[in-house]
Write a protein that binds this ligand. Structure first.
Ligand code: 3PY
Ligand code: MG
Length: 266
């Protein structure tokens, strides 16, 4: 069999652990060239956010190519319940799918149906771009795709918290991604958006322990770099050190402040 590339060994890496904590970029601005630039930095992967970001299938598929040409795997977060788009993104060469608002065993089973080939699911055949990107024959892809790609369920509601063991027990769910923003809204019954609190950390610690018990990995969104570091310290396998828009604006603000400080003689 053709050797698996460094890009395609990502799934194995996050499953087996021992990597010291992974960091992924998070991109909602629907511009493949922007992904290419960002992927030059020390991220382990890039998430294309199709839930709240502005990607369509064509721009996301092109971004997968730009990401891979920079040597990094692309993961896509799909819109809520849009499992058909998950199959298409895997066909386009995505290494993983993050599905938001997976709140029950039934949701998790439906997700697996669209993202794994039999016997785990019912993913339909047609990975034309994925074959090109991964340089695998059709037979090799069919044999290995369930292992080389990741199906990740988001836990970000009270229902999902209660169902976390059932969700983790679904064969084909490879790992969990925690959405601290939605979880904070859910836990406060809509009273507040407070993703970086002790209450969220307690929920996270519980989810991390359940993931460890099921021998599955866990990721979470961090509102900035320091928070992402804290999430890795708590035991997450992968964290997001804020989204593209925040990084773009904080970089711009830093440059402007440095210029003004220098011009003022300081
Ligand atoms: C959340 O925090 O709710 C997310 O979905 C990550 O952006
Ligand atoms: Mg969310």
């Amino acid at each position: 069999m053709t050797e698996v590339s460094a890009i395609d060994s990502f799934a194995e890496k996050i499953r087996t652990g021992g990597h010291g904590g992974l960091l992924s970029a998070w991109v909602g601005i629907p511009e493949p060239m922007f992904v290419h630039h960002l992927a030059q930095e020390g991220f382990d992967s890039v998430v294309l956010d199709m839930q709240h970001g502005m990607w369509d299938m064509a721009s996301a598929s092109n971004a997968v190519g730009q990401c891979r040409s920079a040597g990094k795997p692309a993961i896509a977060r799909i819109p809520v319940g849009d499992f058909a788009v998950a199959s298409r993104l895997l066909d386009a060469g995505c290494t993983g799918i993050i599905a938001p608002m997976v709140n029950s065993v039934a949701d998790a089973e439906a997700l697996v149906k669209f993202t794994k080939y039999p016997p785990l699911g019912e993913r339909s055949w047609g990975p034309t771009l994925a074959l090109n990107h991964m340089r695998l024959s059709a037979d090799e892809y069919l044999r290995t795709a369930n292992q080389l790609t990741l199906t990740i369920a988001m836990v970000e509601t009270r229902a999902a918290l209660e169902a976390v063991d059932g969700i983790l027990g679904v064969e084909g769910i490879d790992g969990i991604f925690v959405g601290p923003a939605d979880l904070s809204i859910a836990l406060s019954n809509g009273a507040k958006l407070a993703p970086d609190t002790d209450e969220i950390d307690r929920a996270l610690a519980h989810i991390i322990a359940r993931c460890r018990a099921h021998k599955k990995f866990v990721c979470a969104f961090g509102s900035d770099g320091a928070r992402a570091g804290a999430l890795l310290k708590l035991g997450c396998d992968m964290a997001i050190p804020s989204a593209d828009t925040a990084q773009l604006r904080s970089g711009a603000a830093r440059s402007i402040a440095a210029a003004r400080t220098f011009a003022a003689g300081g």
